[in-house]
Design a protein around this ligand. Structure first.
Ligand SMILES: [Mg+2]
Length: 286
C-alpha cells in the first residue's frame, strides 16, 4: 500500500507553486478570465455545489446546468468535471448534461467523444469488509462503495478520525495496488497512481483540451494534485474556500464560483487569449 502524497497538506516553499496562506483572500473580480483558449476543469462537491450532510443530499443550484451548458458551447467542449464521485452520481446531479468527466479521481474517465474508459480495479473486498464492520459499530460513520474505490466518511463523527484512519490504513496495507487518500472528513482507498492531476493531464493530451490553457477549481486536499498539474501546464488553480493551497487563485464559496461561471459564460465579447497569461500574482487579492 502506498500513501498518496495528497494525504497531507502541502508544505510551503518558494516559486510559483508556493502555498498561499489560508483564509478568505480573494474577491470575485480577482479570478482569472475564461477565454476562448481555456480548458476548464471543475470539481463538484464543495466547488460547484455546497457540501451537504450526506453526499446524496447535495442540492444543485438551478442556475448551474444552464451556466455549464453555455460554457460548453463557448469553449467548444473543453469543459470537464473532475471529481471523486461515481460517474452515475455526477450525471444524476448534472442531468441532462453528460460532460467529459473524470470520476473517482480518474478511475472512470468519460472522454469528449462520450466513450467511457475504466481503469483496472484492484480487489477491494477486504477494504469494504473492514470499513463496513467499523461503520456498523459506529453510527456516525458511513461507507461508500464505488466502482473502483471504497470511501469511509466521518463527517458526523469527527472524533473517530484517528480510528477511521487506522482502520483504512490497515485495510489499504492488506491490498495490493491501492493507496489511501484523505479528503474532507473522508478516507478513501483507491487504485494507486491515479489522481485528479493525472486525470487532467490525460484530458489535456487530446482535443478539444489539448493546446489550451487549463483552469481547475476545487476545494479539497485531493484537488491539490489538480492544481499542481494545471499550473505545470501553464494554467491556474482556483481554491474554493479556506485552507493552505498550491492554487494561484482563491474563491470564497461555491456560490461565488458559480457566479463567476455564469458571468463569464454569458459574456458575448470573448477575452483575448493574450490576457490569460497575465501574472496571476497581480490579480490575487491578499
Ligand atoms: Mg470537492
Amino acid at each position: 500500500m502506498k500513501t498518496s502524497a495528497q494525504t497531507s497538506a502541502p508544505t510551503s516553499g518558494s516559486g510559483p507553486d508556493s502555498l498561499l496562506p489560508s483564509g478568505p483572500q480573494s474577491l470575485l473580480q480577482a479570478l482569472p478570465r475564461i477565454g476562448p483558449q481555456t480548458a476548464l476543469f471543475l470539481d463538484f462537491d464543495g466547488t460547484l455545489a455546497d457540501l451537504a450532510a450526506q453526499p446524496e443530499a447535495v442540492q444543485v443550484s438551478q442556475d448551474l446546468v444552464p451556466a455549464l451548458t453555455q460554457l460548453m458551447t463557448r469553449l467548444n467542449g473543453a469543459l470537464a468535471i473532475v471529481s471523486g464521485r461515481k460517474l452515475a452520481d455526477l450525471d444524476h446531479f448534472l442531468a441532462p448534461l453528460q460532460l467529459p468527466t473524470a470520476a473517482e479521481h480518474g478511475a472512470q474517465h468519460r472522454l469528449a467523444s462520450g466513450e467511457v474508459v475504466k481503469l483496472a480495479t484492484p480487489d477491494l473486498q477486504e477494504v469494504a469488509r473492514l470499513s463496513t464492520a467499523l461503520a456498523q459499530r459506529h453510527a456516525g460513520l458511513r461507507v461508500e462503495i464505488k466502482s473502483a474505490a471504497v470511501a469511509l466518511h466521518y463527517r458526523h463523527a469527527p472524533e473517530l478520525e484517528a480510528l477511521a484512519l487506522q482502520v483504512m490504513t490497515e485495510a489499504a496495507s492488506s491490498t495490493p495496488q491501492v493507496e489511501l487518500l484523505c479528503g474532507k472528513y473522508v478516507f478513501e482507498v483507491k487504485p494507486a497512481g491515479i489522481s485528479k492531476g493525472s486525470a487532467i493531464e490525460a484530458f489535456m493530451t487530446a482535443p478539444p483540451f489539448a493546446g489550451r490553457i487549463p483552469l481547475f477549481a476545487g476545494d479539497d486536499l485531493t484537488d491539490e494534485a489538480g492544481f499542481s498539474a494545471v499550473q505545470r501546464l501553464g494554467g491556474h488553480g482556483i481554491k474554493v474556500g479556506e485552507g493552505a493551497t498550491l492554487a494561484h487563485y482563491r474563491c470564497e464559496t461555491p456560490a461565488a464560483l458559480r457566479q463567476w461561471l455564469q458571468t463569464t459564460g454569458h459574456e458575448q465579447v470573448l477575452t483575448p487569449a493574450s490576457n490569460e497569461r497575465d501574472n496571476p500574482t497581480e490579480r490575487i487579492n491578499t
